[in-house]
Ligand binder design. Structure first.
Ligand code: ACK
Length: 218
């Protein structure tokens, strides 16, 4: 029916509680503030600016668009493949409105996006569509072989003109690359470089973020 078709959201996901949004947002900002002052980062500055020697203020470089969340299923109001099936899944219905504890285990930055990697528990993986990582295999070879849930992330910011869908793709791409050596021990953890402006900080202590499983209509 028309009602059923129009009642599907843009996406389902975990939405960080407001106090947690502030905490995670501040941690991300502190990380960016420190990253662009590091000599190892400056060595590869041309990845961001197109020119060596030019400076970049990462805090200004990225814009935040949406409330901080971890998308589970992009439904596009029912037009996306598998959207109706997802909305009907009993686990989805049962979990709707419940608060979960997400574990943020890494922060990553590319010239396009900045995000947090979310490491899902077995229970949380029940809300994760099994084919998510396979969908990106054409653009990101190797992503289909990554463990289910590898794409789980929170978009913390996008460069001008970049859409948030890019954050999960950037994360998948980093995860398909060989792990570089740790270039810097930061207060929050070890920083690795993956080439072409891709950086990942593995957090020494994962950030525990309370988030409500719900949906966004827009
Ligand atoms: O940061 P995100 O996970 O990336 O959260 C936003 C959210 O849906 C609303 O824009 C994500 N998104 C957009 N298009 C897609 C897509 N085709 N597949 C998966 N996620 C998407 C975006």
């Amino acid at each position: 029916s028309l009602l059923e078709e129009t009642s599907l959201p843009l996406y389902f996901g975990w939405f960080l509680l407001s106090s947690v949004q502030v905490k995670v947002g501040c941690t991300a900002m502190d990380f960016l503030k420190t990253l662009d002052t590091l000599e190892v980062f400056k060595k590869h500055i041309a990845d961001f600016t197109g020119e060596a020697e030019k400076e970049v203020d990462l805090e200004q470089y990225f814009e935040t668009k949406e409330t901080l969340h971890c998308t589970t299923k992009f439904c596009n109001y029912g037009k996306a493949d598998g959207a109706k099936e997802y909305a009907k899944n009993p686990v989805v219905k049962k979990s709707y409105g419940s608060v979960f504890s997400l574990s943020l285990t890494a922060l990553f930055v590319t010239p396009r996006t900045v995000g947090a990697r979310v490491s899902l528990t077995e229970e949380q993986l029940q809300l994760w569509p099994a084919d998510t990582e396979k969908e990106s295999e054409v653009g990101i070879p190797g992503s289909a072989s990554l463990p289910v849930g590898s794409r789980a992330h929170i978009t913390l910011g996008c460069a001008a003109g970049v859409e948030p869908i890019q954050t999960g793709l950037d994360l998948l791409q980093i995860l398909t690359l060989p792990e570089g050596e740790a270039l810097e021990e930061m207060e929050l953890g070890s920083l690795r470089y993956y080439g072409e402006g891709r950086w990942m900080l593995s957090l020494r202590e994962p950030i525990c973020a309370a988030a409500c499983f719900s949906s966004f209509y827009g």
